[in-house]
Design a binder for this molecule. Structure first.
Ligand SMILES: Cc1ncc(COP(=O)(O)O)c(C=O)c1O
Ligand SMILES: N[C@@H](CCCC[NH3+])C(=O)O
Length: 443
């Protein structure tokens, strides 16, 4: 289902997000969000195709000097329409499950050739499916997995290209739940042990040691840890090449962060800094570079639209209760993540020195969902303009790890997703119904 939009959006460089006020109402690339909420209901995810493509292009431009493939990390947002959009612009994919492999197959089959497969717990059927699909590279995370890969490749008389995902023991400043590059983390293989594992892999006929991979975590804003990790990887690659391995790929992983706040953020500068750091880490070692960005591509292109159900006071607190809950966007509950929340109607400018807040009556509010947990919040003690029931709010930067981390907790149906693509609005996923909710149960 798609619909034409009349208005033209402002130039993309003006705002790292596609959401702007026009005639005092919020728009996404020319589409008015009030109308979209009325037509499609809330909660509703809205994405801008233009902004997604723009971010991919920024990555391509920043790495133009290196032979590279951008393998978008599907886990950030696995909507088929978004995968198709990226694949048509040349992207490959980083997958972590058989399910994500099937998504690539369904979205754009030729892109299977540009798939890298990461993850510490690959199962036999997933390895088999990836071998049959002839993916580009297995990022192997343990010796046991390497042996399983060798056995499955042999059973199919098929060569498996692999990279060991090494754990470089590099600290990346981010939330502890999404930091992955320290030796205490479950990810990868100790970089010191890698050389001897490559040596033994050389004896296995159906394995092709084609690369080395690393991924140190997510939402990393400073680029030095990326350079440090890659320096360790390239020193290993020099050793491996001396040992006679034909290493053609360096997979530098993903993890480049964005600004979830309101400080000036220039994505082009950020990715250029990132590219410079990786180039520094590469030194004189060259190989085809694989990059696995997720959040940087999709986070700011998307937002979650929700309607206020109730405003109430408990003690000194004022609660704004929305129709979206932690099952629709879990990042604040899980990581205490900050998402800007803006009203769909542009707040009237308050006269200096006055604070008329008739609806909420308080400057600071907690924005919470309907789920039966106190952890079900989107913001605590947040200063918001006056808010009343039926108002619409937009939770910004929810394009990454938003929809892909939704659940049916409290038996709540998952929201719909809209893609604003040029002059059209496309419903890319319909809202779940009660029938969808009950479908898998065998009674
Ligand atoms: C192996 C791997 N690659 C890529 C990514 C994407 O990370 P981000 O969305 O931070 O770019 C992740 C998630 O952290 C990951 O685990
Ligand atoms: N889910 C996390 C990112 C996880 C990255 C996965 N490797 C977030 O919302 O920030």
């Amino acid at each position: 289902m798609s619909k034409k939009i009349a208005a033209t959006p402002p130039p993309i460089e003006a705002n790292p997000r596609p959401f702007v006020y026009r005639d005092r109402l919020l728009h996404c690339d020319g589409a008015d969000l009030t109308t979209l909420a009325a037509e499609h209901g809330t909660p509703l995810y809205v994405y801008s195709a233009r902004h997604i493509s723009h971010r991919l292009q920024l990555f391509k431009d920043a790495f133009a000097a290196h032979p590279h493939t951008i393998c978008y990390a599907i886990k950030a947002n696995s909507s088929l329409a978004i995968l198709r959009l990226l694949a048509k612009q040349g992207a490959g994919f980083d997958i972590v499950s058989g399910g994500e492999l099937e998504r690539v197959r369904k979205a754009h089959k030729p892109a299977l050739k540009k798939v890298v497969f990461s993850g510490v717990g690959k199962q036999t059927w997933e390895i088999d499916a990836a071998l049959d699909a002839d993916i580009l590279l297995f990022n192997v995370e343990s010796e046991a997995e390497l042996h399983l890969l060798a056995a499955r490749a042999e059973a199919r008389s098929k060569v498996a290209r692999f990279a060991l995902r090494v754990n470089p023991d590099v600290f990346a400043e981010t939330h502890p739940y999404i930091s992955t590059g320290l030796s205490e983390h479950k990810f990868g293989i100790d970089i010191k042990a890698a050389r001897s594992i490559y040596r033994s892999a050389k004896k296995m006929k159906w394995l092709d040691p084609a690369g080395v991979s690393v991924h140190i975590g997510s939402q990393i804003r400073k680029v030095d840890p990326f350079a440090a990790a890659l320096t360790r990887v390239t020193s290993l690659i020099a050793d491996l090449r001396r040992d006679g391995h034909n290493i053609r790929y360096i997979d530098a992983g993903g993890g480049l962060g964005i600004d979830y706040g309101t400080t000036a953020f220039d994505p082009a500068k950020q990715v250029a800094k990132y590219a410079a750091a990786l180039t520094k880490g590469l030194g004189t070692e060259s190989a085809h570079l694989l990059l696995e960005p997720g959040r940087f591509i999709i986070a700011q292109a998307g937002a979650l639209l929700t309607r206020v159900l109730y405003v109430k006071k408990n003690g000194t607190k004022t609660f704004v209760i929305t129709d979206a809950g932690m099952n629709d966007l879990i990042r604040p509950a899980l990581y205490h993540a900050h998402h800007e929340i803006i009203p769909i109607k542009e707040p009237a400018k308050q006269p200096a020195g006055k604070q008329p807040l008739p609806e909420t009556g308080e400057n600071k509010v907690d924005v919470v969902g309907p789920v039966c947990e106190s952890g079900d919040f989107f913001a605590r003690d947040r200063v918001l303009p006056p808010v009343k029931p039926n108002d619409l709010l937009l939770l910004l930067d929810a394009g990454a790890y938003g929809m892909s981390q939704t659940s049916n907790y409290n038996s709540r149906p998952r929201p719909a997703e809209l893609l604003i693509d040029g002059a059209t609005t496309k419903l890319i996923r319909r809202r779940e119904t009660m029938r969808d909710l009950l479908a898998p149960e065998l009674l």
